[in-house]
Design a binder for this molecule. Structure first.
Ligand code: SF4
Length: 325
């Protein structure tokens, strides 16, 4: 793996939500955002947890947790460009994928609490380092808080595009909190059938929610716009090819073409490698085969897709940053 410089964030004291006096204690967070967390139904799990008191099913509380932020040079070329994508990796996740490469932060919640001022400072720091964009990775469980932080950063002269990098297991009404704040959406579309979604991620209704979420993202951001080789706005959909899961890629691509058009930008990812709980599922306890990836790439051609990215199969670990313990 190519070592990347670790950027030390501004270490301000953490904060805890105080719903009795939130206007003065939450660094500008609105009362609406606080209310959303006291009976949380932000994501399709709708667990109803009072996150001020205890963590929800995603592991998140009322505090925003971040593992690391840094320039990242291994995103799609239109995102990393020459200077890097300004990634902020959020802790916890609304899904529990058995093969998650980031499981230490997404499942175990490793990270540190950050104030909205901290988040704002991270975004501005990444911009000052030359990042082409601010890349918010797995922030869905903190959507109203992160929306506030983006708003604050824009007021403090954040000018580069803001990118929402998510698993697409999201509710359209929650995504609407980001309308006008996020420039580029980078969702995964992981599963087409509910059996596979349940087997590997413990959720039956993934595809239904992903379709709705991606339609909302497209409504907000529209078609991907590239200027001077760098994405400025729009939607790019990531498809991770899982071992033995070639046919669903065709189903997903067909839906994307019919719903959004063949001009939609697709990133076909061949970097799967078995980690975490993959060994519990023998059929995915291996890397994908070259011919599986090539078959999926062929579907892009067959279905008339015009824009996108393909990878070398087995490029795997090069794309995973070293996270903080
Ligand atoms: S975001 Fe977390 S706390 Fe909120 S509904 Fe989803 S799982 Fe529950």
């Amino acid at each position: 793996m190519v070592p990347l410089p670790i950027v030390i964030g501004i270490d301000l004291p953490s904060f805890r939500l105080d719903v009795s006096n939130h206007c003065s204690t939450m660094s500008g967070m609105t009362s609406e955002a606080a209310t959303l967390l006291t009976h949380c139904t932000l994501c399709p799990r709708e667990c109803g947890t009072d996150r001020i008191v205890s963590p929800g099913l995603c592991g998140a509380t009322g505090e925003v947790m971040v593992n690391i932020y840094r320039l990242h040079h291994w995103e799609e070329p239109v995102l990393s460009g020459t200077r890097g994508s300004g990634t902020i990796f959020f802790s916890n996740c609304t899904m529990r994928c058995a093969y998650c490469q980031n499981w230490r932060i997404s499942h175990e919640g490793r990270g540190n609490p950050r104030t909205l001022d901290d988040l704002c400072a991270m975004m501005l720091n990444l911009q000052a380092q030359g990042a082409h964009n601010v890349n918010l990775v797995s922030a869905s469980q903190y959507t109203p808080l992160v929306a506030e932080a983006i708003r604050m950063a824009r007021e403090r002269e954040l000018e580069i595009p803001v990118l929402w990098n998510s698993n697409a297991y999201e509710k359209p009404e929650t995504l609407r909190l980001l309308d006008g704040l996020v420039d580029i959406y980078l969702p995964d579309f992981r599963y087409w059938d509910s059996e596979t979604a349940e087997r590997y991620s413990g959720i039956l209704d993934y595809a239904e929610w992903a379709r709705r979420a991606i339609l909302e993202m497209h409504r907000q951001a529209g078609r991907c716009v590239i200027q001077d080789g760098i994405a400025r706005k729009g939607l790019i959909i990531r498809l991770l090819v899982l071992p033995g899961q070639v046919a669903p890629i065709r189903d997903i691509l067909k839906w994307i073409r019919d719903a959004l058009g063949a001009e939609t930008w697709i990133s076909l990812m061949g970097q799967y490698y078995p980690v975490h709980r993959s060994k519990e599922f023998p059929e995915i306890n291996r890397q994908i085969k070259k011919k599986e990836y090539e078959q999926c790439a062929g579907y892009l051609d067959d279905l008339g897709f015009e824009n996108g990215f393909i990878q070398e199969v087995g490029s795997c670990a090069d794309y995973t940053p070293e996270f903080a313990d």
